[in-house]
Design a protein around this ligand. Structure first.
Ligand SMILES: NC(=O)c1ccc[n+]([C@@H]2O[C@H](COP(=O)([O-])OP(=O)(O)OC[C@H]3O[C@@H](n4cnc5c(N)ncnc54)[C@H](O)[C@@H]3O)[C@@H](O)[C@H]2O)c1
Length: 338
């Protein structure tokens, strides 16, 4: 007997949504029955939407379809809270991209999460890096106690180039768009919530970012609730590729994930040693993580298993982003308000 496929809808088919959509087309535990995007006619030119039985410019029409069991939102960050609330009210399970919200207050976020709880549906937020095989291995080995209780957790997160201004303007800035991933990674690896954050940031790469009240270079120094310390080092442009590394140091040793390259072959001669550059961008570096996060979300619904990256995790990342923004403004360490 063929196993059950989850009937799903995909909402938002831009840069990130297109990548997710193509992966979902190959996920054998789902059947994509609907898709929505205000630009759906344009999206038909670049995506194969022929077999999707219902297409719309309005995602509310998708939510009204009874047979749909889960909705995947790859919409702009400013819409996430509204999307989550509407989908919960329609009793759909929800996968939504990060962050939980761009402009919403913590009270508004808590209200949306209460709607999810009342509806009894599952919600997963797209902090995909938790699902990266290297970072996940570090997490599991820390949990097994291989380095003892973490004392220092470090994250390096550097983009290969400054992303388009049109996206940056509506992204909520470096802290909400990028650093929120890294706060989540620090919590995930340290096994403790972040208590206090101190931010230093600069414009060292692209002066135009000042027009959007944004920065391109940032360090965050954090103290966890259990006393451990954390560091984030972030840049909008690393000339050698997409630089993503994680390190956890404890009394019994260190676990460290280096960059991933296309080839592990290194070349040595009398002048130099050379190795392949890191993979070029998030779409390639985290391809496996993006597949895994969606596959596990679907599995958690089909087999009623716990969600790995919950709305509450995303709320905590938002609380950290708020403290970080306050620290950036005041130049002082700021306690995180949960
Ligand atoms: N987890 C990650 O690594 C990662 C990476 C990139 C982007 N993202 C997140 O993904 C989201 C989308 O980013 P993007 O780069 O694809 O942006 P994008 O602007 O390229 O795409 C957004 C898409 O949503 C559509 N849209 C807008 N309003 C809509 C609505 N009401 N209903 C349905 N569709 C609507 C737009 O037409 C567009 O096709 C953002 O929240 C971003 O933070 C996450």
């Amino acid at each position: 007997m063929a196993s059950k496929k989850l009937k799903i809808a995909v909402v938002g088919l831009g840069t990130n949504g297109s990548m997710h959509f193509k992966q979902l087309q190959h996920l054998d535990t789902v059947e994509i029955v609907a898709a929505a995007d205000p630009l759906i006619e344009d999206r038909k030119k670049t995506l194969n939407l022929e077999n999707i039985s219902f297409l719309s410019t309005d995602y509310h029409q998708v939510l009204a379809k009874k047979e749909i069991e889960a909705v995947f939102f790859f919409t702009p960050s400013s819409q996430h809270l509204e999307n989550i609330t509407a989908a919960a009210r329609a009793h759909k399970n929800i996968f939504c991209e990060k962050p939980l919200s761009k402009d919403g207050t913590i009270a508004e976020c808590k209200k949306a999460l209460a709607e999810v709880k009342n509806a009894g549906v599952k919600l997963q937020i797209g902090f995909n890096r938790r699902f990266d095989p290297q970072f996940k291995q570090i997490h599991e080995r820390v949990e097994k106690g291989e380095v003892g209780t973490p004392q220092i957790v470090k994250v390096v997160a550097r983009d290969p180039f400054v992303i388009p201004y049109d996206f940056i303007k509506n992204s909520g800035g470096l802290i909400q768009d990028f650093t929120s991933h890294d706060f989540d990674m620090l919590r995930y690896q340290a096994g403790s919530d972040i208590a206090e954050i101190f931010i230093e940031s600069s414009i060292l790469i692209d002066p135009k970012l000042a027009e959007f009240n944004d920065v391109d270079t940032l360090t965050a120094s954090v103290k966890f609730k259990n006393g451990a310390l954390g560091l984030i080092d972030e840049s909008r442009k690393a000339v050698y590729g997409y630089d993503q590394r994680v390190e956890v140091f404890g009394p019994k040793g260190m676990l460290k994930a280096e960059n991933v390259s296309k080839s592990t072959v290194e070349f040595y001669n009398d002048k130099n040693v050379s190795l392949k550059k890191p993979l070029d961008y998030y779409l390639t570096r985290f391809e496996e993580a993006y597949q895994e996060e969606k596959a596990l979300f679907v599995k958690s619904i089909l087999e009623n298993l716990p969600i790995i990256c919950t709305g509450e995790d995303a709320l905590k990342a938002m609380c950290c982003s708020n403290a970080a923004l306050e620290s950036q403004k005041t130049g002082q360490p700021v306690k995180v308000q949960y």
